[in-house]
Design a protein around this ligand. Structure first.
Ligand code: HOC
Length: 367
């Protein structure tokens, strides 16, 4: 065991900041415009208090759960984030191995540095595949078929990115985004995107992403794959109900790590509205702002089946490669176990709405 290992996600973030070139750290850490939602994703967790129950035998804690029939050792999954080779030369192969070691599900980003085949053959992690719908539908369809044939278990369709959000750090840094490893052989792109400066990621997105994406495309996606489809990027009851009607196998409450629409609600604040709207028809996941096991506990109490963790895993990867990514997931698991013990919950099923006090609860109590 190395000496002086980080003891929490924040310390991994500090190491990642030191390890990464500024352009890449800003890319992964940054959010849209004023970064209000970026701050809120974390701050809103801080406004939720815990209501521990005592004198319950917590000598055995079982954090295991399952999603779409796949078992996980805890409700902590790896969220899709792009370009892991910016963090470590092994890229998503290292992340997938970390996920496999922690017995959890990794959602591989469409914008992964590593090819989907490399990730699939690297280990036996359960994997879902995150998809953007390109103007070139054939490119998206080819990637879906690849994922299916390589044993990926679900498609996670990102629905909050018809166009890319305005990330001012990337504009300032003239962010250069490496072409996703899975797309290079499928379409030719101008390698000199943005010679005039500004965010080259934004220009890349403008060339590729389809802003006409609509509910009809969920139908299209269903017609080309037999895999379950989860919709990622839903923060309202209205869209959650539409997702269920459209046949989604799951809903992911996400604001894209606050990288798209600034002043969108913090995901933990939107979670309960979505959970109520879905009414148990499909599992609801949440990502954005999870930095502590107590955050995971709060999300479970508000009805999430599991959380997805993006930046913390990227920070772990940047700081210490595969071992760092694994350690981040393990730390969060250990923290969740502690929170469950101290709240008197022996299984994830025992974590209930009565274990948290939200801002809304406090306001209602005063009325
Ligand atoms: C395919 C163009 O999700 C981010 C990532 C990558 C977006 C790539 C869009 O930066 O939010």
């Amino acid at each position: 065991m190395e000496d002086n290992l980080p003891v929490n996600v924040r310390e991994y973030q500090e190491l990642a900041e030191k390890a990464l070139p500024k352009m890449y750290y800003d890319y992964i850490n940054g959010g849209a415009e004023d970064e209000h939602t970026l701050r809120e994703n974390i701050a809103a967790y801080g406004r939720i208090l815990l209501r521990p129950r005592v004198l319950i035998d917590v000598s055995k804690i079982n954090m295991s759960t399952s999603l779409l029939g796949y078992d996980m050792s805890s409700p902590i999954m790896v969220a899709p984030t792009g370009a892991h080779k910016l963090a470590n030369p092994e890229g998503e192969v290292a992340t997938a191995r970390a996920a496999a070691a922690c017995n959890t599900i990794m959602v591989l980003s469409f914008a992964s540095s590593c090819k989907i085949e490399e990730v699939a053959s690297s280990c036996n992690a359960i994997r879902f595949y995150q998809l953007y719908v390109y103007k070139r539908r054939d490119v998206s369809a080819t990637l879906v078929r690849r994922a299916e044939s390589l044993g990926f278990k679900a498609i996670v369709l990102t629905v909050d990115t018809p166009v890319l959000g305005r990330r001012e750090a990337d504009i300032r840094n003239k962010m250069i985004f490496p072409q996703p490893g899975n797309v290079v052989d499928l379409m030719s792109l101008d390698n000199d995107l943005g010679a005039e400066g500004g965010s080259k990621l934004e220009q890349f997105a403008r060339e590729t992403l389809d802003p006409s994406l609509s509910w009809k495309d969920v139908e299209w996606l269903k017609s080309i794959t037999s895999l379950p489809i989860l919709l990622k990027g839903i923060v309202t009851a209205e869209d959650a109900r539409k997702a269920v009607e459209a046949g989604a196998a799951g809903v992911i409450v996400s604001n894209h790590g606050a990288r798209q629409l600034d002043y969108a609600p913090a995901t933990i604040s939107a979670l309960e509205e979505v959970v109520k709207a879905v009414a148990g028809a499909v599992p609801v996941l949440v990502d954005g702002g999870v930095r502590r096991g107590t955050d995971v506990f709060k999300a479970l109490a508000l009805g999430a089946k599991a959380v997805m963790v993006g930046r913390p895993v990227f920070f772990g990867l940047a700081a210490r490669g595969e071992a760092g990514a694994r350690h981040v997931i393990e730390m969060l698991k250990n923290e969740l176990e502690l929170a469950m013990a101290l709240c008197g919950c022996r299984s994830v099923a025992e974590v209930t709405r009565a274990h948290v006090l939200t801002e809304g609860d406090r306001i209602r109590a005063l009325l």
